[in-house]
Design a protein around this ligand. Sequence first.
Ligand SMILES: [Zn+2]
Length: 226
Amino acid sequence: MDATIKPIRPNKQLESRPAELDPAEFLAAAVRADQPRPARAEAEQAVKTLLAYIGENPHREGLLDTPRRVVEAFDELYQGYHQCPAEVLDRTFGETAGYDDFVLVRDIEFTSQCEHHMMPFYGKAHIAYTPVERVVGLSKLARLTDIFARRLQTQEHLTAQIAAAIDEILKPRGVAVLIEAEHTCMSVRGVAKHGASTFTSRYTGMFRDNPAEQARFLSMVRGLQR
Ligand SMILES: [Zn+2]
């Protein structure tokens, strides 16, 4: 998967990139006060339209509150658009006592929604970074994963954005991100294959340049697992 993702490095900033791979775009909260959004009533009306489209009667009793519930669920599933990834990583600690190896947080569970079908994909993220002087609270890597996961995503972009955010803000010696996920757009529709896992990875700095570090990261992710 790595090969299909354009590299995100500071020295490539002159290159034009799609917004979803441009840290200047995705590190901020995506919803800004000065951008108009449809009203909640309009969103609920759109759900009613979908109900009628599938052949339902949106006015029958069981469905009366459904548009409201769907929009509320959207508020929750897509709250990442209102959150700022950069803020999550801005509190760092300097007391590393000379720690010079990578820090790995494994098995960060997440649920995201695929941007092609708006159907859930879910799984685990494994994130490692090698700090330079400053470290970040470990729960912050899970928070960062959630912010990006609670937006419409492809698994490839989710992987790349987590790595790029850590790279941009913490400026570590390297970042490694491995994500394994099951896509419901593949398990309950389309080819309908249950249990198929998709793996994506992203390496920067020392992890990208040193295959031995990649191998050590992968063996720590896999070795002690399950
Ligand atoms: Zn999909």
